[in-house]
Design a protein. Sequence first.
Length: 424
Amino acid sequence: MIITIITFIIVFGILVVVHEFGHFIVAKKSGIMVREFSIGMGPKIFYHRFNGTTYTLRMLPIGGYVRMAGSADDEDEEIQPGTPVTLKVSNHNQVSSINLSKKQTLFQGIPVIVTDSDLERELWIKGYQNGDESSVKKYSVDHDATIVESDGTEVQIAPLDVQFQSAPLWKRILTNFAGIFNNVLLAVITFMILSFVQGGVSTNSNQVNPLPKSSAARNAGIKSNDRITNVNGTKTDNWNQLQVAIQKHPNQKIKLAVNHNGSQKNVTLKTDSTKANGKKVGVIGVKNVLDHSFTAKLMSGITQTWSMTVLLVGFLFRMIMGHFSLNDLGGPVAIFATTSQATKLGLSGVLYFLGFLSINLAIVNLVPIPALDGGKILLNIIEGIRRKPLSEKVEMIITFIGFAFILVLMVLVTWNDIERYFLH
């Protein structure tokens, strides 16, 4: 259990960091201020500011985010009239830091009760200095000033010129797409590493090798490099078809058509079973044949990522066309359960799982639901067609609907996963 938990945190952490780093680096290159890069969610453990960005590590090791100035994720604490703050003023008589937190004190800070402020356009703050309500003092705020939020996290203010919406449309589209691109790149690299770790690349053929230990296939006389061309009357031209055909028959007798050195023979055997995605599936104890050439290993990242993308897109299309079931989806509970299975297969199992999840995350994020990257890109495209952005109110409503849909779906999927993996 401990190994599974550690593996789950590492795999999930890699996926999130790589995805968010895509948004982060492209936003930076596009002139969009990244106010915070967070690993984890919830209360912060510590933070460090570097080159205008606050890097935080938070308590819950699931998820993370990039907080771009002016984006939907940038929830600024509004400084209401009457708010007590402490101002740090530079030698140029400009405010360099605004402290809203009681957890931190600014050295030689000026206590002010705020009456009004503008930290986006004209960059100033007004208030009563040292409790003197006889006059209101106006302070100029530096463009690169920071604000210490109530939880003690120090981030830069977000002037209008460095906000997300101020960037050209094509740069915003690239920024929204960058997380998806990074997950595809991670899948390519992971599958390539996997090929070198396991010593070869799956040929996706119906040619098989029995596992070294006793198995249904070995006991039935199936030899190395035999081809299984038919399972219970179902033609199997490749490894994927062969897997699906066998998995349909856990602990059942099946008839196989086996090609051995060009001669055909029929084999009847009883399958074993294992659990996958919370349900029993049939296995006969064979693995697919590997291509051991260096070129195949080097190119495997691209070829395996492409093959898996085609399968997943086809699966997603079938779901959209009406073959939808909650059992076809999996949330954190399902990922954790599958992590347990992957760790039993060692490094190869974990690498395959990481690549599989990464390309899954990329494809899911392309779905045009407003809360996802695909939805944001769709809104960008609509803006390009209209030659003006949607109103803030309309965009907020659309985004809220998207978040609500995902939240409801996640609750249903999580409960379904709990029933599948723990209650049955």
